[in-house]
Ligand binder design. Structure first.
Ligand code: TLP
Length: 343
């Protein structure tokens, strides 16, 4: 039987033999006492790579974003983000549940909102009866916008709005590695515009677990406390950090390959009259596309029956994500399956 081609997410990758060896060989200690040398090295290396004073290893992207928001806000505060942002749609209502804050979603284009829209969304400081705007958040690349990259000029313009109004600027950089691989702009350059950043090791980079958050020393000290309070204080987590370190050192450059695979698949989708995709949005490793002749559920089942796993991107769209565990040959096979299902 042929291997199933799993394009549901770039989170489905399994550690390679070399990564497993790095994990097996890792020196470990109790990270709650800050004594795990491998976690300490991952946090040092990550902070340096991101050009920030300090970093913290956390269990997931959701935990990373939510710890950042918690540290930056007080209950009753508001966070401005794009309407399709992960923190607004896919984090189980955590901003309100964990931090007592609310989201002000702004309608964007390909995940991008303008500085004017941000200005408009900011609550007047004098209006004591309104929530207090505290953070502007950007997602780069943007998951629900088909992996679109947030243009650096717009990031700078939004940063200037945040500064002008004394707001924090947070980056959900779960896939900042993809943005960087595609644009050639370093992750440190991206991160330099933000106060805080959360980025995933367990997506395109191929580690089994974990994210890094980064910012000032003072911020990370506060984040360390919240991570513990939320049950995220792990002990000999150097085994996991070793995978993260391996991923950061070996798997960033190769992301371009995933982008190539994505273009190959997206072109087939664009050429099929029974499918609709916005090619302008397909810039990295995600394709959000609509089946025009059947529901997303039926389309997903039909593809699955033929050995192609896709996820549901929105109520009307499927999602395909390329990653390091899918080969060029498998992409050819995936193209063939799509042609068969949507013939
Ligand atoms: N996204 C997952 C699902 O939750 C949709 C995926 O398969 O893409 N920020 C962004 C932009 C993300 O796409 C994700 C994960 C997260 C944060 C959360 O990361 P995890 O799943 O590690 O908590």
């Amino acid at each position: 039987m042929n291997k199933v081609i799993d394009l549901r997410s770039d989170t489905v990758t399994k550690p390679s033999a070399e990564m497993r060896k790095a994990m097996f060989d890792a020196e470990v200690g109790d990270d709650v006492y800050k004594e795990d040398p491998t976690v300490n090295e991952l946090e040092r290396f990550g902070a340096e790579l991101l050009g920030k004073e300090a970093a913290l290893f956390v269990s997931s992207g959701v935990m990373g974003n939510q710890i950042c928001l918690n540290v930056l806000t007080n209950p009753g505060d508001e966070v401005i983000c794009e309407r399709n942002a992960h923190i607004f749609n896919y984090e189980s209502g955590s901003p309100s549940a964990l931090s007592g804050i609310q989201i002000y979603p702004v309608e964007g284009k390909l995940g991008v909102f303008t500085p004017e829209q941000a200005e408009e969304a900011i609550r007047p400081v004098s209006a004591y009866y309104m929530p207090r705007t505290k953070v502007i958040e950007v997602e780069n690349t943007h998951n629900r916008a088909s992996g679109a990259i947030h243009p650096i000029e717009n990031i700078i313009a939004l940063k200037n709005v945040a500064k002008k109004h004394n707001l924090f600027f947070h980056l959900d950089g779960a896939r900042i590695w993809n943005a960087s691989a595609a644009t050639g702009i370093s992750v440190a350059e991206y991160a330099s515009h933000f106060d805080t950043i959360s980025c995933c090791l367990s997506k395109g980079l191929g580690a089994p677990v974990g994210s890094l958050i980064a910012g000032s020393k003072e911020f990370i000290e506060k984040a360390f406390r919240i991570r513990k309070a939320w049950g995220g204080g792990m002990r000999q987590s150097g085994f996991l950090a070793a995978a993260g370190l391996f991923a950061l050192k070996n798997n960033r450059e190769r992301l371009k390959e995933d982008h190539e695979k994505t273009q190959m698949l997206a072109k087939t989708i664009a050429a099929n009259p029974k499918l609709k995709v916005n090619m302008e949005a397909v810039q990295t490793n995600i394709i959000i596309f609509e089946p025009l002749t059947m529901s997303v559920e039926v389309a997903q089942t039909k593809c699955k029956e033929k050995g192609l796993l896709l996820s549901i991107g929105t109520a009307t769209a499927l999602r395909a994500v390329t990653h390091l565990d899918v080969s060029f040959e498998e992409i050819e096979k995936a193209k063939q399956i799509l042609e068969e299902v949507f013939c």
